[in-house]
Design a protein around this ligand. Sequence first.
Ligand SMILES: [Zn+2]
Ligand SMILES: [Zn+2]
Length: 375
Amino acid sequence: MSTEIDYYELLEVERTADDKVLKSAYRKLAMRYHPDKNPGCGDSEARFKQINEAYDCLKDPQKRAAYDRYGHAAFQQGMGGGGGQGGGDFGDIGDIFESIFGSAFGGGGRQQQRRGADLRYDMEVSLDEAFRGKSTEITIEVSQSCEPCGGSGAQPGTGKRGCSMCGGHGKVRAQQGFFVVERTCPTCHGRGEVIEKPCRSCGGEGRVDKPQTLQVDIPPGVDSGTRIRLSGKGEAGPFGSPPGDLYIFLHVKRHRVFERDGTTLVTKVPITFTTAALGGSIEIPGIDGEAIELEIPAGIQSGKQLRKRGEGMPVLQGRGRGDLVIEIAVETPTKLSARQKEILRELQATETGDECPQSKGFFDRIKDAWTDLTE
Ligand SMILES: [Zn+2]
Ligand SMILES: [Zn+2]
């Protein structure tokens, strides 16, 4: 059974340990717990296996990344079930890793089919583009199946022969202390066969890097974090196996006028203090470019939010639109003419305090507080 002790703890290293540190920690511990040094001690034997398992995982950057992300769950499936005798725990972690990450297996362990890697492409779009949707083209350098050899890696007209190292099994077994360790064959890399003459275009890889132009359709309503999957547009799989997928990660740029919160758009609109006092109708631009008429009720205050239904962002892959929230900011005039000041002074002279209940209330409260203090 697979151990549940943290691999880093087992090897007594920090999570940030580099390859060198890992290796020396592993060596030290492997020496200490080696079955040859502790004959008949079941605990040491178990610990030795755990250390090997931990190091086997962490020394491989891909497996280590998977372990960091998913912990033991990344490798549990099939662990122990892969069943060799005695050394069952040493099942090929690579195989398990691949089975979790969507690779398909060929029949019977040999000739495993590895899917090509998934790719990530980051794309910035404006809020207007996120509103309308967009059709665009991108060109990326991506490994594709080699044409002359059809991805097989063998020069056209030549074939493959069974691997003599592993006898076509794709795996080799080696004695290690008490244990039989089964590993992927280093000669054929688990395929069980080797190429007689490598293809000249791809050097036997079956893949070549080529720029690829792709059409990307961005639907209306996308947000930062939306991913678009282009199925089969990732890296070609090795030796003619299926390609991975390409994921477009979208980032929506900030807009000068609108802030976005899901399907809701928020905008701040300054209005003159006379409009705020008397009320009126103003026009503001919508995200769709159409003018929106907004009724300002008389006596509106700064910070008050008005809502226009259906003037926000479209629902991604759905119907309708969110709302537009308009936050009112009453602007105090700063450039008054002499005549305007005169009018305002006249207004001021007629004020009783009842026009602005909030201010009145505030100053009344202050007056009360002052009276309390002085009494
Ligand atoms: Zn082989
Ligand atoms: Zn080729």
